[in-house]
Design a protein around this ligand. Structure first.
Ligand code: ATP
Ligand code: MG
Ligand code: MG
Ligand code: MG
Length: 561
């Protein structure tokens, strides 16, 4: 590609809209531009990187036996109602209506579509196992889109769905995905670690997240320095996202199975909507916990419905909590903010030191998440697990807390979706059985940002070779005709050999060309100027370490190889 023709709007200064390195560099290096909050256009260089990551992902998915499909972005509300997630997704889901006033959403994920797709087609155990995947745009109306493509409202995901006859089959499918993920991230040049994770809104059994460790990461990961235990500490630092909740003065949809409208809720609570400035659905394992915070008088009406079950407390604690909640469990009544604080504080005491998803008896706290379980801003800076605490698994080692970026997530879903949506097969004995499912995601566009977080210096991006938009950049310096000709010749030769080459033939000063080449992070730079040409030499620079060397033009072929 000749850069005189390339649409590459680079920026000299850090854009004000960007807080973290990858976001700044993606804008400065002309990889993308912002359209609206959390929505981006990808420019030629950025899109090339995305396609490379997609293709590496595709290669390992195909090798694992998964088959690529393309599913609709526009999805009917009905399938989400069937799976009982229409309400559960809340404001994260982008909803719309067609001309006939039928409800739709823009897919935040595709478990429902896949289950609906296969449910009438798969009849017998002979049709299984199966793993279907796609690479496609997802839409989530994130409460705080930020950090560029790290948390977009529209982003590209690779999502896969495994279908098996039993849990043994699921274990195999899960392992195949786990292995494919490790290969994918490694080939992309990323240092990603698998950690045990909470299954959250997806529901289900086992789950792992793949984390790229980086200071800018929004997740907290606990590593044991002795037994190798690694788990995601659910993002307990509930930071600004939580405070945003304040701004959402509107009544959100109420997530209880029996209450659908504000009028019904008013009747139910015997409380006018005007007094409820906020209503949050806090959903844990399909058990709704509804908190209504009323405005003027700082009174809080709280319904702890199935609270204890929802939080899966240990038996011993269940008793204590039953006492604690005695006044509120099972009915609605006015509760003081102070009471909530005491309850939450005590609960925090209990769960502090327990790692979410820890695979240890009595310590498996599902859905421990302040942001989700307690949308109460007073707890903004409490953490569930502290750096240096003893490991819960081996008790000997110390836990190390590091920040991480979740680039992938795999779940054993089990039969939740197949049972809700009627996706069954006939087993060898002719009995109807629910299909056992798994779901597996990779954040393709987030991965671009994560790769930059891990690979950059003061001059710009340092692309890992496998995902660099181009492998080689040739800088033709000055106005010398001979330089232009030689550069063109080398460019054509390298292209003919199969390299992906940028030729900087722009009428720009040398300084601009050097700076841009470093900013956009192409792995190998070849510089040709009048003097070097006279000596029959060009300067080569490896972007990874910025080391320069002279190469005889005649030896170029061996050197680039
Ligand atoms: P997060 O915890 O960061 O909100 P998630 O757990 O909601 O992510 P999943 O439902 O597990 O995300 O989706 C699979 C993958 O999609 C994630 O591991 C992540 O890499 C990517 N992803 C999720 N949300 C976004 C987003 N808003 N922008 C970019 N990538 C995202
Ligand atoms: Mg999310
Ligand atoms: Mg997550
Ligand atoms: Mg996740």
């Amino acid at each position: 590609m000749r850069m005189s023709n390339l649409y590459l709007p680079t920026l000299k200064e850090d854009p004000a809209e960007a807080d973290i390195t990858s976001h700044k560099l993606m804008l400065r290096a002309g990889l993308m531009r912002n359209h609206s909050a959390g929505i981006y256009s990808y420019l030629p260089l950025g899109y090339r990187v995305i396609k490379k990551i997609e293709n590496i992902t595709r290669k390992h998915m195909d090798a694992s036996g998964a088959q690529e499909v393309l599913l609709p972005i526009l999805q009917t509300a009905q399938i989400w109602k069937d799976s009982k997630r229409w309400d559960k997704f809340g404001p994260l889901m982008m909803r719309l209506r067609d001309r006939k006033d039928r409800e739709y959403c823009l897919g935040p994920t595709h478990e429902e579509v896949v289950t609906d797709l296969i449910k009438d087609e798969i009849r017998s155990y002979k049709d299984l196992p199966l793993n279907l995947y796609q690479i496609q745009t997802k839409v989530r109306d994130e409460i705080r889109p930020r950090f560029g493509v790290m948390r977009g409202r529209e982003f590209i995901m690779k999502d896969a769905y495994s279908l098996d006859i039993d849990y043994e089959g699921l274990d195999k499918s899960y392992q195949a995905m786990y292995d494919a993920y490790e290969k994918t991230f490694a080939e992309c040049g990323l240092d990603a670690v698998a950690v045990e994770a909470d299954t959250g809104a997806m529901g289900g059994k086992d789950s792992h997240e793949f984390m790229v460790l980086a200071d800018s990461g929004e997740d907290q990961v606990a590593f044991c320095d002795s037994c190798g235990y690694a788990a995601n500490v659910e993002r307990a630092v509930a930071n600004k996202e939580l405070l945003d909740f304040e701004e959402e003065n509107e009544m959100e949809k109420i997530h209880t199975p029996d209450i659908k409208t504000i009028a019904e809720l008013e009747a139910y609570l015997d409380l006018p909507a005007a007094r409820m400035i906020k209503a949050v659905a806090m959903v844990a394992d399909e058990q709704p916990v509804l908190a209504l915070l009323s405005g003027e008088d700082e009174l809080n009406e709280i319904k702890f419905k199935n609270y204890l079950e929802a939080n899966q407390l240990r038996a011993a604690e269940e008793e204590e909590f039953a006492e604690l909640f005695n006044s509120t469990a099972g009915f609605i009544g006015p509760v003081n903010l102070a009471d909530i604080r005491i309850i939450a504080d005590q609960r925090l005491e209990k769960i502090r030191g327990a790692v979410t998803g820890a695979n240890q008896k009595d310590y498996h706290f599902k859905n421990v998440n302040i942001e989700r379980d307690f949308q109460v801003e007073e707890f903004a800076d409490l953490r569930l697990v502290k750096d240096g605490e003893s490991c819960l698994q081996c008790t000997e080692g110390k836990l190390n807390i590091k920040a991480g970026i979740e680039v992938g997530h795999i779940f054993k879903l089990g039969t939740k979706y197949s049972e809700n949506m009627g996706a069954n097969y006939l087993d060898e004995n002719g009995r109807t059985q629910p299909i056992v499912m798994g779901s597996y995601g990779i954040g393709i566009t987030r991965l671009v940002a994560a790769a930059i977080e891990q690979n950059n210096d003061e001059y710009g991006i340092i692309w890992p070779k496998a995902i660099a938009p181009y492998q080689i950049i040739i800088l033709a310096l000055g106005n010398d005709e001979a330089v232009a000709e030689k550069s063109e010749e080398i460019y054509q030769e390298l292209e003919a050999e199969g390299w992906e080459v940028l030729l900087d033939d722009r009428k720009e000063r040398a300084g601009v060309k050097f700076n841009d080449s470093e900013l956009i992070g192409i792995p190998l730079r070849l510089t040709i100027g009048s003097r070097s040409l006279e000596n029959g030499e060009i300067e080569a620079m490896i972007r990874e370490n910025n080391q320069k060397s002279k190469i005889k033009i005649d030896n170029l072929k061996e050197k680039t190889a």
